[in-house]
Structures are given as structure tokens and as C-alpha cells.
Design a protein around this ligand. Structure first.
Ligand code: COA
Length: 251
């Protein structure tokens, strides 16, 4: 487990908290590894019925740690922690609930497409997909799942322009199930997760499989295609100059 991913049990709910608030919960390789491992544990442990994801501090997550993009291993490797986590998401058979608040960037948004119930804090939530601005392409099968969910025109706007989406608009687009007060986000998310945990687990798993896992092959293929494009982009000048600009602004 990474020190930046906290795992807690509340009855049958396994809570995973992204806990690197000073870096806006930007996901490091160690955090992806910890998340993949936590999902594998939750899958195997029959006493876990639901997983709840959330973030500590000012936001859910600022997306992938840009320093790891600059210096990390190649995405070609199937054992790459990011690739492992992203592939584990659509295969996870128990309900995944996610509570988002504040700026929620990149993988923070694309992982929502694999969650079963998403709650968003009304005031602070801003969903941002800045892949193109960063000289990158979308991941986590979002190039397939986002247009299916919100329609091709909206998906194009979100992915090509990369402008922030507030909680109400995300709800209208179907990306978010419930919009709640910032102050009661965790309380509401725990109530939803707790309610799911009380449902018969076998029927939940079978229903989730019917809803989602029939697309598993297609999703895997798209993820592989995205990884190939992403790897090429990471080696390019557009990404290098966008990443430099981000860190220079902060000096
Ligand atoms: N990777 C690495 N470090 C990051 C990061 C990221 N994705 N996002 C934020 N950080 C770091 C900053 O470098 C800064 O570190 P420092 O205090 O050592 O300078 C710290 O987190 C706080 O970030 P800051 O930008 O000052 O916070 P903010 O509240 O003003 O803004 C965001 C929050 C999320 C809007 C902004 O940090 C941001 O746009 N981050 C980049 C998002 C991104 O491009 N992600 C990649 C998606 S593929």
C-alpha cells in the first residue's frame, strides 16, 4: 500500500481515500499500484461488498502525476501500475461508488466511467479532461465510453476543448448520479455505499455484470489502442512543452 492511498473498512464497505492533498492527490505510480492491489483484495474478500473512492483535501485528484509521466516507465509494459489499475477498473465485479469534489482532472474523470454510482459536491466540483492541452490523448477507454454516455458532440467538446464541467452540468450529461452539498459529500456517499452493501451481493454482482462486463472485450481493446497513442504522445514535443509550462508556472 502507498502511504498516499488510505484503505479503511466501514462494515462491508471498503473505503479508498486518495491522500496526497499537498499535490492535489496527483496519482503517482505507487498510488496506482496501491489502488490496483486494493481492488484485487476487495475482489477476493467476500466480506467487502462495495468500494468507495474519494479524495482528501481540496479535490478528488489532479490526475496523473505529471512528473511520473515525464520520468516513469513506458506504458507498453502490461505490468505498468497505471495500466494495471486502468485494466482492473472495468473488471471489478462489485459496486464502485465515487465521491468527487474540487478540480477532478484526467484519470479522475475517466475512472468515473467505470464507477457504478458517482456523487459530486455541488459548489466545488470541476471535471476537467485536459489531455489535448497537454499534448496527450484520452485513456481508460474514455474515447469509447464518454461518447456513448454523453453523445459524440459533447464528448468532442469535453475532450477537444478540455473546459471544466461543473457538477450540475455533469449531472445533466449523465456523468454524475447525484449532486450534493460539499459539506455532506462523504455522508451521502457513505449512505449510498451502505445501502448498496445491504443489497444481496450475488444479485448485485450479476446485475453489474449484465450492465457492464459484456463490454469488457471492447473496452480492453480500446484501452490498448489508447495506450499505443498515449505512449507516442508522451515521447513528443507537445507534451514536453506543456509539462514544462505547468511546472514553470509554479516556481
Ligand atoms: N502532477 C504533479 N504535481 C501536481 C499535479 C499533477 N498532475 N497537480 C498538482 N500538482 C502539484 C503542483 O505542482 C503543486 O506542487 P508545489 O506545491 O510543490 O508547487 C501542488 O500540487 C498544488 O498544485 P496547485 O496547482 O498549486 O493547486 P491549485 O489548487 O491551484 O490547482 C489543479 C489544482 C488540479 C487545478 C492544478 O494543480 C492542475 O491543473 N494540475 C494539473 C492537472 C493535470 O494536468 N493533470 C494531468 C492530467 S492527464
Amino acid at each position: 500500500m502507498s502511504e498516499h492511498v488510505e484503505m479503511t473498512r466501514r462494515d462491508a464497505v471498503c473505503e479508498l481515500l486518495l491522500n496526497r492533498p499537498d499535490k492535489r492527490n496527483a496519482l503517482t505510480l505507487a498510488m496506482y499500484g496501491a489502488l490496483a492491489q486494493a481492488l484485487a483484495h476487495a475482489e477476493r474478500d467476500p466480506s467487502v461488498r462495495v468500494v468507495l473512492l474519494s479524495g482528501a483535501g481540496a479535490c478528488f485528484t489532479a490526475g496523473n502525476d505529471l512528473k511520473d509521466f515525464l520520468a516513469g516507465p513506458s506504458f507498453d509494459d502490461p505490468q505498468h501500475p497505471t495500466v494495471r489499475f486502468v485494466h482492473a477498473l472495468p473488471l471489478f465485479s462489485k459496486p464502485l461508488v465515487c465521491a468527487v469534489h474540487g478540480p477532478t482532472v484526467g484519470i479522475g474523470v475517466t475512472m468515473l466511467l467505470h464507477c457504478d454510482l458517482v456523487l459530486a459536491a455541488e459548489r466545488s466540483t470541476r471535471l476537467i479532461l485536459p489531455f489535448v492541452q497537454l499534448g496527450l490523448v484520452p485513456e481508460a477507454a474514455s474515447s469509447l465510453l464518454l461518447p456513448r454516455l454523453v453523445g459524440p458532440q459533447r464528448a468532442a467538446e469535453l475532450l477537444l476543448l478540455g473546459e471544466p464541467l461543473d457538477a450540475r452540468t455533469a449531472h445533466a450529461y449523465g456523468l454524475v448520479n447525484r449532486v450534493v452539498d460539499d459539506e455532506s459529500l462523504m455522508e451521502e456517499a457513505r449512505a449510498v455505499a451502505g445501502a448498496l452493501a445491504e443489497r444481496p451481493p450475488e444479485a448485485l454482482r450479476r446485475t453489474k455484470r449484465l450492465l457492464r462486463l459484456n463490454a469488457a472485450g471492447e473496452i480492453r481493446e480500446r484501452m490498448n489502442a489508447e495506450v499505443a497513442e498515449f505512449t507516442a504522445c508522451l515521447a513528443g514535443e507537445e507534451f514536453a512543452s506543456a509539462a514544462r509550462a505547468f511546472f514553470e508556472k509554479r516556481r
